[in-house]
Design a protein around this ligand. Structure first.
Ligand code: C2O
Ligand code: CU
Ligand code: CU
Length: 460
C-alpha cells in the first residue's frame, strides 16, 4: 500500500519569526467567551514549529509582552547559548527586543518550546508550542497527529485566575487548574477513520497537572518518550503516564467500530477522572481489512551510549515540601495540617531543595553548579525523591537513559529528558556529558522549580 507522501511544508525554509504577544483565546470552545492570554503569534498553543533532523534552523523571537522573556527549546540537544535560560545562557529578551535562536537538531521527534523567564506565569498564561523534528525518511503511518494538552485555572468569568506563586501550593502539588485543553480548546471529539494507523504525539504542557491517559477500546503502543524512540511497548495497565513537560508518541491502530465513539480518560488523580476527548469514528468502513502486523518502529537518534562500567556516579536527593502529600492543592483534596520538612539551606521563600541547596526562580547569573563533569564522561545519577510529592525532573541539553526505578531495571530502552518521580521513588539515569556548558536540572512543576527544586550541572 502507498503511505502518505511527504507533505508540501517539508520544503519551507527553517527560518521563522515568532512574536510573544498578548491575545484572546477561546479555551472553552467557540460558544464560550474568550480569555486574555499571552501567546506566540496570537495563538494558543503557539505555532507548530516543524524542523528537519540535521538541518539548521533559525527562530527569531520578538518580545511584545510588557516583561522580559526567553524561549527554551525543551528536549532539543542544542548549543548552550541557545538554551534560553536567562542569566545563565543568555540575557533575557527585553520588551520590544528580539533574539535569534540558531541550532541544528540532531534528534528527530516531538519536542516543545516555552519561556524560561517568569515561567510559572508565562507558561500559565499560555506561552507554549510544539516542535516536531521530522525524521530524514517519512515514517509509515496514515496520519500524524499532535495533541498539546494544557491545564488552565479559569475563574467564574472565564479569565485566568490570579494568584500565581501561591506558597502553599508551591509546597504541595503546584498550580493544578480546572480546565484541560487539547490544542488550545476544550475538546469534545477528534474525528477518526476505522483501520487507520495513527502516530499520536502527546505533549503535556501543563504547569503542574500529571495525566494518566486511557484510550477506551484501544491499545496504544508507546514508540517514543520525550522525542526519543524506545522499544515499542504497551504501557502498564494501558495507562499512559504523562508528567508536565513529558512527551509520548504512541502508535494507535484504529480497530474501533465505524460510527462509534470511544473516550480518552485521564484518571491520574483519584476521584477526579474526566475525559479529555472522544475518538469519534465516522461511518466509513475500515481502510484496511486486517490490522497491520508489524509494530511501528522509529529510527534511532544519534545518542551517545553511556559506558556504565566507567561512569561517574552521583546522588541527588530531592527534599522539602509539605509532609504527607498525595492530595491536590486547590481541588478539594484534604490537606491534613502538613509541615515543611526541616532542612538546611532553604531560606528566602524556598520550599524545596536538592542536596540541601535551594535554587529559586527561573535561572540567573552566577548559579554555581552542583556537579561538574569533564566533557565526554559517562555519568550515572541516582535521583532520590525524599518528598511526599510527584516531581517530573528535567535535565537540559542531554537525554538520559532510564536504568532503574526502585531497584528494578526499566525495560524498553527509554531515553528521557524529563523523568517523572513518584513520592519516595529512587531512579537511576545515565548519560554522556557531551554538551559543554551550564545546564539546568529542575522539577517541571513550575511552582516547585520557582521555589527551590532546581540545580545546575556543568559540562566543562
Ligand atoms: Cu521545559 Cu528548564 O524547562
Ligand atoms: Cu528543557
Ligand atoms: Cu516537583
Amino acid at each position: 500500500m502507498a503511505w502518505r507522501q511527504r507533505p508540501a511544508w517539508a520544503n519551507t525554509p527553517a527560518e521563522r519569526r515568532i512574536v510573544a504577544v498578548p491575545a484572546r483565546a477561546r479555551l472553552a470552545g467557540a460558544d464560550h467567551p474568550a480569555t486574555d492570554v499571552w501567546s506566540y503569534d496570537g495563538m494558543v498553543p503557539g505555532p507548530l514549529v516543524r524542523l528537519r533532523q540535521g538541518e539548521p534552523a533559525r527562530l527569531i523571537i520578538e518580545n511584545r509582552l510588557n516583561q522580559e522573556t526567553t524561549v527554551h527549546w525543551h528536549g532539543i540537544r542544542l548549543p548552550n547559548p541557545m538554551d534560553g535560560v536567562p542569566g545563565l545562557t543568555q540575557p533575557p529578551i527585553k520588551p520590544g527586543e528580539s533574539f535569534a535562536y540558531e541550532f541544528t537538531p540532531s534528534d528527530a521527534g516531538t519536542f516543545w518550546y516555552h519561556p524560561h523567564a517568569n515561567s510559572l506565569e508565562q507558561l500559565g498564561r499560555g506561552l507554549a508550542g510544539a516542535v516536531i523534528v521530522e525524521e530524514r525518511e517519512p515514517v509509515a503511518v496514515d496520519r500524524d497527529l499532535l495533541w498539546l494538552l494544557a491545564d488552565w485555572r479559569l475563574n467564574a468569568q472565564g479569565e485566568i485566575a490570579a494568584g500565581f506563586g501561591n506558597r502553599m501550593e508551591a509546597a504541595m502539588s503546584g498550580r493544578v487548574g480546572n480546565t484541560v485543553t487539547l490544542n488550545g480548546s476544550v475538546s469534545k471529539e477528534v474525528p477518526m477513520r476505522a483501520g487507520e494507523r495513527v502516530r499520536l504525539r502527546l505533549v503535556n504542557g501543563s504547569l503542574a497537572r500529571i495525566m494518566a491517559l486511557r484510550f477506551e477500546g484501544h491499545r496504544p503502543v508507546v514508540v517514543a518518550v520525550d522525542g526519543q524512540p524506545c522499544e515499542p511497548h504497551e504501557p502498564k495497565g494501558g495507562r499512559i503516564l504523562l508528567g508536565p513537560a513529558m512527551r509520548i508518541d504512541v502508535a494507535l491502530d484504529l480497530q474501533g467500530e465505524p460510527g462509534r465513539r470511544y473516550r480518552v480518560v485521564d484518571d491520574f488523580y483519584e476521584g477526579l477522572a474526566y475525559w479529555v476527548t472522544e475518538l469519534a469514528y465516522d461511518e466509513r468502513p475500515p481502510i484496511r481489512t486486517h490490522p497491520l502486523e508489524t509494530p511501528l518502529s522509529l529510527p534511532r537518534n544519534p545518542l551517545p551510549e553511556p559506558d556504565l562500567a566507567d561512569a561517574e556516579r552521583h546522588e541527588l536527593t530531592l527534599q522539602g515540601g509539605m509532609m504527607g502529600g498525595g492530595g491536590m492543592a486547590g481541588m478539594g483534596g484534604m490537606m491534613g495540617g502538613g509541615m515543611m520538612g526541616g532542612m538546611m539551606g532553604m531560606g528566602g521563600g524556598a520550599a524545596w531543595a536538592i542536596n540541601g541547596m535551594s535554587m529559586t526562580g527561573d535561572g540567573h547569573a552566577g548559579m554555581e553548579p552542583a556537579l561538574t563533569f569533564l566533557r565526554g564522561r559517562s555519568v550515572v545519577l541516582k535521583l532520590r525523591n525524599e518528598t511526599a510529592w510527584w516531581h517530573p525532573m528535567h535535565l537540559h541539553g542531554h537525554s538520559m537513559l532510564v536504568l532503574s526505578r526502585n531497584g528494578a531495571s526499566v525495560p524498553h530502552r527509554q531515553w528521557q529528558d524529563t523523568v517523572l518521580m513518584a513520592p519516595r521513588d529512587t531512579v537511576e539515569v545515565a548519560f554522556v556529558a557531551d554538551n559543554p556548558g551550564d545546564w539546568m536540572l529542575h522539577c517541571h512543576v513550575m511552582d516547585h522549580q520557582m521555589s527551590g527544586l532546581m540545580t545546575v550541572l556543568r559540562v566543562a
